[in-house]
Design a protein around this ligand. Structure first.
Ligand code: UD1
Ligand code: CA
Length: 456
């Protein structure tokens, strides 16, 4: 069976009060439309068409990597009119699945069961029962419970308005039949629109079965019309991801205070994540990793037994097995830490590698540097890597000891097992195994007296 999915995404989204087309607003850093597309793409043998209108150029520009057939609906004359724009691309024996670009959390399993109900005698409709159905199209059934039509709120009678079963807008139907009914749509209704929902009555007239199914949860079929609904679905989505991680063996101190905006490409066991942690992009997290509160990690690889204490910001970094980071540490892009490295509070590392067992524990900036193994970098050490125009590298060889409050003015090499005296400004290479320091000699002035105030 070949599936053609049509995602309707031409609407304006006025209530978002935004310059951005609604479907480009994001859940977990992914546009609403991309969520729908990604779910649809999980269906096999499926080609996706997307109907765009408002902000069409912005939308196609932002999502040009999608493998989709983009169709423009210049005027938004209704959901039926939107589907008509794709009519020519529908083959007779396709199963056509219709989705909305602003309903982001639909599950693939729901789509699969919907699609599986379709044949040349049946059309499948996703419905849901709502306590407050106002605003939605209602599912009208006859005395024996068969669906006879969908009536839009604005066209509904007082009695029809009391129906709680609503149209989610999601349906699946055979291509040949859909094309026939689409060609018969008219706009003589309260809104003067071409309603896709009118195909239900036509199908019934053609003695087609209307099979309805319901999603596992109501949240699956909720649409986004404003930022309140957007935030609700963000939390629903985040909780789903959190539950998923817990099922895989991760301890989350509070699943309600955890955000994953991207994916975890590799996940170890017995990971413990404290509150307010944000994982962005693609991360890999080894086993027995602990992540402290308020830490943001983006596109990073974290080895086994790593402990990240509270309030760290880590991006495009690689952290080897057994490292201890933070609290309050910042690892910027291209930071590569080998095993058992300690990075302490108020330390910033950028484009630098630090070899096994080295420690940078307090108040330091290490940029464009190669740090060897078992190096100890004292508090307040700064690599002066930038002269205002060019960047230069610092090399600190194995076993070196850098005294506190030292500036290493790059390019410079600190030799193996070299010791740098505290408070030094090092501008020249320092030899292996020697003590090097640059510091004004300390002196004491004999007999010096502190001035005293004269009494009045
Ligand atoms: C539609 C359904 C209603 C259902 C509700 C569920 C119709 C006539 N009504 O109503 O039964 O309960 O969805 O949310 O189908 N769109 C286009 N082009 C258009 C019009 C709409 O692409 O010309 C897109 C919108 O961007 C949106 C979707 O279709 O993603 C639904 O449009 P919307 O205006 O929200 O439909 P409703 O009137 O709410
Ligand atoms: Ca709507």
């Amino acid at each position: 069976m070949k599936i053609t999915t049509i995602i309707l995404a031409a609407g304006k989204g006025t209530r978002m009060r935004s310059e951005l087309p609604k479907i480009l607003h994001q859940i977990a850093n992914r546009p609403l439309l991309k969520h729908v597309y990604d779910t649809a793409k999980q269906l096999e043998n499926n080609s996706v068409s997307i109907v765009v209108g408002h902000g069409a150029e912005l939308v196609t520009g932002a999502l040009k990597e999608l493998d989709a057939n983009w169709v423009e609906q210049r005027q938004q004359l209704g959901t039926g009119h939107a589907v008509q724009q794709v009519s020519k691309q529908i083959a007779d024996d396709d199963t056509v699945l219709i989705l909305y670009g602003d309903v982001p959390l639909l599950r693939c399993s729901t789509l699969k069961s919907l699609v599986s109900c379709v044949n040349n005698q049946s059309l499948a409709l996703l419905t849901v029962n709502l306590i407050s159905p106002a605003g939605y199209g209602r599912i009208v059934r006859n005395e024996v419970g068969q669906v006879t039509k969908i009536v839009e709120e604005k066209d509904a009678t007082t009695i029809e308005k009391q129906i709680n079963e609503i149209n989610t807008g999601i349906m699946a139907v055979q291509g040949k039949q859909l094309k026939k009914w689409l060609s018969q749509l008219n706009n003589s209704n309260a809104q003067g629109e071409y309603y896709l929902t009118d195909v239900i009555e036509m199908a019934v007239a053609d003695q087609i079965n209307i099979v309805t199914s319901q999603p596992e949860t109501e949240d699956e079929v909720l649409g986004v019309n404003n930022r309140i609904q957007l935030s609700h679905l963000e939390r629903v989505y985040q909780l789903e991801q959190a539950n998923n991680l817990m099922e895989q063996g991760v301890t989350l101190r509070d699943p309600k205070r955890f955000d994953q905006r991207g994916s975890i490409v590799n996940l170890g066991q017995d990971i413990v994540i404290d509150i307010n942690v944000i994982l962005e992009g693609n991360n890999s997290i080894g086993s027995h990793v602990k992540i402290g509160a308020n830490t943001c990690i983006k596109n990073s690889i974290i080895g086994d037994h790593v402990e990240i204490l509270a309030n760290c910001v880590i991006e495009d970094a690689e952290i080897g097995r057994g490292c201890r980071i933070g609290p309050y540490a910042r690892l910027r892009p291209e930071s590569v830490l080998r095993e058992d490295v300690h990075i302490g509070n108020f330390v910033e590392i950028k484009k630098s590698s630090v070899a096994t067992g080295s420690k940078i524990n307090h108040l330091s900036y290490i940029g464009d540097t190669t740090v060897g193994s078992k190096v100890n970098i004292g508090a307040g050490t700064i690599t002066c890597n930038y002269d205002g125009v060019n960047k230069f590298r610092t090399i600190i060889e194995d076993g070196a000891f850098i005294g506190s409050d030292t500036q290493l003015v790059a390019p410079v090499i600190i030799g193996k097992n070299a010791t740098i005296g505290a408070g030094s400004t090092i501008t020249k290479d320092s030899p292996d195994n020697q003590l090097t320091l640059s510091r004004a000699k300390q002196l004491t002035i004999a007999g010096w007296q502190r001035p005293v105030k004269k009494e009045k």
